[in-house]
Ligand binder design. Structure first.
Ligand SMILES: Cc1cc2nc3c(=O)[nH]c(=O)nc-3n(C[C@H](O)[C@H](O)[C@H](O)COP(=O)(O)OP(=O)(O)OC[C@H]3O[C@@H](n4cnc5c(N)ncnc54)[C@H](O)[C@@H]3O)c2cc1C
Length: 391
């Protein structure tokens, strides 16, 4: 008998989980509360740990992904413009890790995952939310916002950082604000002065802020995202914003960075929320439910791995669902194995993301120490084999 996975949420985690279930031989039924499947605009970096999974699923060949392979990561001081350190990406990363380091627009990755899910035969239900579920019986019993009762063998909770289903199961309150705000912009490359164009990922570090820029959409647009310490209002991922905030926090900015800010026509802001690193397997699986993506482990985007961890979660889910025979390995056992295999790595990435934020935004002597360490340590400090080699 074919088993069925019910998925709550049609973001990157939910669509990846749905494709993973189909590849494991399960039926998959996905509910997304929004009327249409779509993503708000911003760029993503995808480390080799994530692109390895996407390649196995055939997504790297999908023209919809419009991925870009940056040649290098360069870290620079926001005030002086001085290069503090760099890491070869491009062919170097691919040779070292067996998969490329890519950048993509979130909407493009989402479109490629949606197409993969549809091609795999996932049943999609846009405009319908999962309002609640019982996950400790012989089957998952879920109810939708419109009152539909849905039964399945397992539930993938992929409803994002504001996960209500997590609240119902773990009762650990909403994800708190980090006190950091993301300001983001997408600039068509034609509008970027020739002297500011480059094929690398650049991170500019300043006091209480940093800014990251890289090409997306096959190199046709530049993604610019700045992170600033300060209060943020609401949960909306797409608020009007002004760059004055960045300038008042950072103080002096070098001429290259000022020129970059000048060519951005419009900024949107995005409050950054996270949680304490995952404390144990019990936070990633309960009974017949598994948590994935931001619902499981929301993190600061300072290691550029939120989507990467969601994709890794889905790959692990595929492994345990494929091994679940209902006799020796039943559904709760399979999902418990998923959680045991995932939680420590996710916690480490959450922890490291927080630490990066503190290092990137350092002031005073800590900042001086950071700069000296980066200049002495160079590539060794920026390369992360434990992360990019995969779990
Ligand atoms: C500024 C910024 C930059 C980032 N950069 C990177 C990067 O470079 N690399 C990287 O890997 N990650 C990055 N991330 C992180 C990454 O964007 C997220 O980790 C990832 O998008 C999370 O996907 P998700 O599917 O878990 O959640 P979401 O994208 O939030 O999707 C959840 C979905 O569930 C739906 N939903 C909610 N409740 C219900 C319900 N009850 N029933 C049905 N549907 C429901 C929502 O409508 C939504 O569509 C960045 C994040 C930020 C903020």
């Amino acid at each position: 008998m074919t088993r069925e996975l019910l998925i709550a949420g049609g973001g990157i985690a939910g669509l990846a989980a749905a494709t993973a279930a189909r590849r494991a031989g399960w039926e998959a039924r996905l509910f997304e509360q929004a009327a249409a499947f779509s993503e708000v605009g911003a760029g993503l970096q995808l480390g080799p740990n994530a692109t390895r999974v996407l390649r196995d699923w055939g997504l790297l060949d999908d023209p919809a992904l419009r991925a870009f392979a940056p040649s290098r990561l360069r870290v620079r001081d926001a005030a002086s413009g001085r290069e503090l350190g760099s890491l070869a990406l491009g062919t170097h990363a691919e040779a070292r890790y067996g998969a490329p380091y890519l950048t993509a627009h979130r909407a493009d990755l989402h479109a490629a995952l949606l197409r993969a899910a549809m091609d795999a035969g996932v049943r999609l239900h846009p405009g319908e939310r999962i309002a609640g579920a019982q996950v400790d019986g012989e089957a998952v019993l879920a109810r939708t916002g419109s009152g539909l009762q849905v039964e399945a063998d397992a539930l993938a909770i992929a409803d994002g950082v504001w996960s209500e289903l997590r609240q119902q199961l773990l009762h650990d309150g909403p994800a708190p604000s980090t006190g950091h705000v993301a300001l983001r912009a997408l600039v068509p490359l034609d509008d970027v002065p020739a002297g500011l164009r480059s094929d690398d990922v650049q991170a500019w570090l300043g006091p209480r802020m940093h800014l990251v820029r890289y090409p997306v959409r096959g190199g046709e647009a530049l993604n610019v995202v700045a992170f600033v310490e300060g209060s943020a209002k609401g949960r909306d991922w797409d608020q009007d914003a002004s760059v004055d905030r960045l300038q008042s926090v950072a103080g002096r900015l070098c001429s290259d960075l000022r020129a970059l800010l000048d060519c951005v026509p419009q900024w949107r802001s995005w409050p950054v929320h996270d949680r304490e690193p995952v404390r144990g397997a019990h936070e990633m699986a309960l009974g017949r439910a598994a948590l994935l993506g931001d619902a499981a482990h929301p993190m600061r985007p300072y290691l550029a791995q939120g989507a990467g961890m969601a994709i890794e979660d889905a790959a692990e889910l595929q492994r345990v669902l494929a091994a679940c025979d209902g006799r020796v390995i039943d559904v709760p056992t399979a999902l418990r194995r998923y959680a045991l295999n995932r939680w420590e790595r996710c916690a480490r990435v959450q922890q490291r993301s927080r630490r990066n934020g503190a290092i990137f935004h350092a002031t005073g002597v800590v900042r001086l120490g950071r700069d000296l360490a980066m200049q002495a340590g160079g590539e060794a400090l920026l390369d992360l084999p434990w992360l990019y080699q995969g779990p």
